[in-house]
Design a protein around this ligand. Structure first.
Ligand code: CA
Length: 225
């Protein structure tokens, strides 16, 4: 089914730019220039995703975000004019799932939209197992031997990718596409950083390594050889 996206943005030019682009991509789009109109539309036609401007006349974006969040789990992508840590934290605190700084390229917006919609796909909780490592998609916790560990959102996505493709070498590009969705640009070491986090969690008590580096290519989940 085609996803329905609600765009709440007071700037006509930006709202129309987003509306045209999303329509072109085949989404059903509702638009609102005011927070209250947006909240009314969300009640009448519950959206699958909300693109929400932070600075709105009347009820501002943060308040709209809180009210949407109080009523449903709909993913909310916040559009902010400036990138300050404070704006970001406040937006995420209010219940937004992600945020995008203006001006943005439409491609970047689409990458975020697809990523948020993908999370909606209903999947039955299951437990992936590899050697003595387990990953529970319901609790989103990992377990190695008799020790359970928590995972941050990105750690979870990365470990899930490995667990779904055991003994298969995953290139950096594949990992990037699946876990981060959009470009970090340049020579990012974000994958190395997250692999290190996962190793810390899966290798405690000197347990043998399961996530191995394949030099110059990427990583693979396999038993110690
Ligand atoms: Ca605005």
């Amino acid at each position: 089914m085609t996803a329905r996206i609600l765009v709440i943005e007071d700037e006509d030019r930006i709202r129309e730019f987003i509306n045209r682009g999303l329509n072109y991509e085949g989404y059903r789009v509702d638009t609102a220039a005011y927070g209250q109109t947006g909240l009314d539309l969300a009640r009448e036609n519950p959206p699958d995703l909300v693109l929400l401007d932070l600075m709105l006349p009347g009820i501002d974006g943060l308040e709209v975000c809180r009210r949407l969040r109080a009523a449903s789990d709909v993913p909310i992508l916040m559009l902010t004019a400036k990138e300050t840590i404070e704006d970001r934290v406040i937006g995420l605190d209010a219940g937004a799932d992600d945020y995008l700084v203006k001006p943005f390229a439409f491609d970047e917006l689409m990458a975020r939209v697809r990523a948020l919609l993908r999370r909606l796909q209903p999947t039955k909780p299951q437990v992936y197992r590899f050697d003595d490592l387990e990953l529970d998609t319901g609790t989103r916790q990992g377990r190695r031997g008799d020790r359970t560990f928590d995972l941050t959102a990105k750690e979870y996505e990365l470990l899930e990718l490995f667990m779904r493709h055991p003994r298969q070498v995953l290139t950096r590009e594949v990992i990037f596409d699946h876990v981060w969705d959009y470009d970090f640009g340049g020579e990012s070491n974000i994958i190395e950083v997250y692999v290190r986090y996962l190793r810390q969690k899966t290798e405690s008590n000197e347990l043998p390594r399961l996530i191995h580096t394949v030099r110059g290519i990427g990583y693979v989940l396999r038993e110690e050889s």
